[in-house]
Ligand binder design. Structure first.
Ligand SMILES: *Cc1c(COP(=O)(O)O)cnc(C)c1O
Length: 410
C-alpha cells in the first residue's frame, strides 16, 4: 500500500523547512547530493532532439537547484521559485522580466540602496521610468499609478528606517489599476510574512541573509504567483541566471534551521531593543515588534514574528563619541549585510529622495545574532559608557555632526 501524500501547505512552518524537497535526496541520505554540472548527456539522438529528460543542461536545473527552489517556494507560499547568485541579481532579473521600454515603475523610497542604481542607471537607460514613493503612502498610491505603471515595488519593513507598509491595502490598489506587486521580503525571510497571502505577485529575497544564515554565501531568490511565473522564467533564462551548486547547498542547509534561528533572533532582539528603549542615550528604537514603535499595529496584524534586524536613533552626539562607542565593542562587529549568527552594528544615513528627514542624533542599525542577549547588552552598556565619556560635559554645547543621519519628519 503506498502512502497517501500529505498536504504540505497545512504543515507548520518549522515542519515545512525541516522536510521540504527531500524527495530529491538519494540512497536514503538525509541531505541531497551537490551536483556540479554543466554538460548533461543524452541516451540517443531521439532523446537529444525531444529534450524530454528532467535535466538537459547545467544552467537549466539540477536536482540540487530544484530542491532549494522547491523549498523556498514552499516557505514563501508561492507557485515556484528561481535562484540567483545574489539578492541584487534576483531583484534585477525580476524587474527586467516585467518592465520594458515605455513602462513605469513605482519604487519604494526605502528600497535597499543598490536597487536605486538599477532603476536610475540600468532601467532609465532602457527607457523605463522610475518614480520613488513614500513607504507610508497608503491610499495616496492611487494618485501615483499611471496607465503604464507595470510594477509597484514594496519592502516591509523599509531598509534602515523600518517603515511598515500596509501591504494588503497597497496590493488591492495595485491590482485595481492592473499593475503587479513585487516585494522585497528579506527581513521576514518569507517565514514571518507570507507575501502571497497578503496579495503580492512576486517576492524577492536576499537569501544571503537569513536563509543562508551563516554569512558564508551570496544567494538570491524570486518566488512568483502562478500567473506571473512564465513571464519571469523567460527573462531568467535570457539573462542566464543560475547559482553555484555549493551555494545552493548552503542555502538549503541554512533553511533547515530557519525556524529555530529566527525564533532566537526575535527573542534576543526584543530583549535588547526593550533595554535600549530604556536608555537615556537613545532617542527612538525603530523595531516594529515593540509596542508603541512606529508600524507596530501593522506588524501585529500581518506578521507572525520579527527578525533580528532593527535600528535606533541616538540623542545628538559627536562623531567622535559614536566612534568611541562602536570601536570598542567586543561582540558586535561592524559590517554590512546581516542575517547570520553574528551580531552586527553599522551607523547609517538613509538615502531618501521623497521622504523628509531632519538632522538629529546618529542612527545605528543593529543585527542581533545568536549570542546570549545578556552578553550583548553588557557590550552595549560598556559602549554607552564610552559614548558618554567622549561627549561634552553637561552644560557645554552639544553638536550634531553635519553628516549626522536623519530622522523622519513626514
Ligand atoms: C542585502 C539585501 C539585498 C541584496 O542582497 P545581496 O545578496 O547582498 O545582493 C536586497 N534587499 C535587502 C533588503 C537586503 O538587505
Amino acid at each position: 500500500m503506498s502512502k497517501k501524500p500529505i498536504d504540505r501547505s497545512k504543515l507548520k512552518a518549522a515542519t515545512q523547512v525541516a522536510t521540504a524537497a527531500r524527495a530529491y535526496n538519494e540512497h536514503g541520505m538525509v541531505n541531497p547530493a551537490v551536483y556540479h554540472a554543466s554538460t548533461v548527456t543524452f541516451e540517443d539522438v531521439e532523446a537529444l532532439k525531444n529534450r524530454k529528460q528532467p535535466y538537459v543542461y547545467g544552467r537549466r536545473g539540477t536536482p540540487t537547484s530544484r530542491a532549494i527552489e522547491e523549498a523556498i517556494a514552499e516557505l514563501e507560499g508561492g507557485f515556484a521559485c528561481k535562484v540567483s547568485p545574489s539578492g541584487l541579481a534576483a531583484i534585477t532579473t525580476a524587474l527586467l522580466a516585467f518592465l520594458k521600454s515605455g513602462d513605469h515603475l513605482l519604487m519604494v523610497d526605502t528600497v535597499y540602496a543598490p536597487v536605486r542604481d538599477v532603476c536610475d542607471r540600468l532601467l532609465a537607460g532602457l527607457g523605463i521610468e522610475t518614480t520613488y514613493y513614500d513607504p507610508l503612502v497608503g491610499e495616496k498610491l492611487k494618485g501615483l499609478i499611471k496607465p503604464n505603471t507595470k510594477i509597484v515595488y514594496l519592502e516591509c519593513p523599509g531598509s534602515q528606517t523600518m517603515e511598515m507598509q500596509d501591504v494588503p491595502l497597497l496590493c488591492k490598489i495595485i491590482h485595481e489599476h492592473g499593475a503587479l506587486a513585487m516585494i522585497d521580503n528579506t527581513w521576514s525571510a518569507g517565514h514571518f510574512f507570507k507575501a502571497f497571502d497578503h496579495g503580492c505577485d512576486i517576492s524577492v529575497q536576499a537569501a544571503t541573509k537569513y536563509i543562508v544564515g551563516h554569512s558564508d554565501a551570496m544567494f538570491g531568490s524570486v518566488v512568483c504567483s502562478e500567473a506571473t511565473w512564465p513571464q519571469f522564467c523567460e527573462m531568467y533564462e535570457i539573462m542566464g541566471q543560475f547559482a553555484g551548486p555549493d551555494d545552493m547547498y548552503l542555502a538549503l542547509r541554512g533553511l533547515r534551521t530557519l525556524d529555530v534561528r529566527l525564533e532566537r533572533h526575535q527573542k534576543s532582539a526584543i530583549q535588547v531593543a526593550e533595554w535600549l528603549r530604556g536608555r537615556a542615550e537613545v532617542e527612538t528604537v525603530l523595531y516594529p515588534a515593540l509596542s508603541n514603535a512606529p508600524g507596530h499595529a501593522i506588524w501585529k496584524r500581518d506578521f507572525t514574528g520579527a527578525s533580528g534586524l532593527f535600528s535606533l536613533i541616538l540623542k545628538p552626539a559627536s562623531d567622535k563619541a559614536v566612534a568611541a562607542m562602536l570601536d570598542g565593542l567586543e561582540l558586535f562587529s561592524m559590517g554590512y549585510s546581516w542575517g547570520g549568527f553574528e551580531s552586527l552594528v553599522v551607523p547609517f544615513k538613509p538615502h531618501r529622495t521623497v521622504t523628509q528627514w531632519t538632522t538629529d542624533g546618529p542612527a545605528l542599525r543593529l543585527h542581533i545574532g545568536l549570542e546570549h542577549p545578556e552578553d550583548l547588552i553588557a557590550d552595549l552598556d560598556a559602549g554607552f559608557k564610552r559614548l558618554n565619556n567622549a561627549s561634552p560635559a553637561k552644560g557645554q554645547a552639544e553638536f550634531a555632526s553635519p553628516d549626522a543621519p536623519f530622522r523622519r519628519t513626514t
